[in-house]
Design a protein around this ligand. Structure first.
Ligand SMILES: [Zn+2]
Length: 105
């Protein structure tokens, strides 16, 4: 994941939006629907895959805003894998994967 350096205010704002989203949408990943865990101040490294992260629908690198209309709760695994992939492309990838999983089961 390519990440620009974030200011303190920006990180604090992200936490604020993340908390609001988790309250509104429950603690599940928007993409894979798996339960996510609340991120703590001191995150272990490597990050557990089920930590709740803030994912931007329109990536920040493409001008997406950090607010409730452009952000969803995503598990760390989905967020990292998606990177700055456009939503349509990412959803197509998820759909392809879930049908592959259904075939395998
Ligand atoms: Zn996920």
């Amino acid at each position: 994941m390519s990440r620009q350096r974030m200011s303190f205010a920006e990180r604090r704002h992200q936490r604020f939006v993340l908390r609001a989203l988790r309250k509104a949408n429950g603690s599940r990943c928007h993409w894979c629907s798996k339960p996510v865990r609340k991120a703590r101040a001191n995150l272990p490294s490597p990050m557990p895959h089920d930590i709740a992260t803030l994912d931007h629908l329109e990536p920040r690198s493409r001008g997406g805003l950090t607010d409730g209309s452009n952000c969803v709760v995503a598990c760390y695994a989905c967020n990292t894998e998606r990177g700055s992939m456009p939503v349509e492309q990412w959803q197509a990838k998820l759909a392809a994967r879930s049908s592959a999983e259904a075939r395998a089961a």
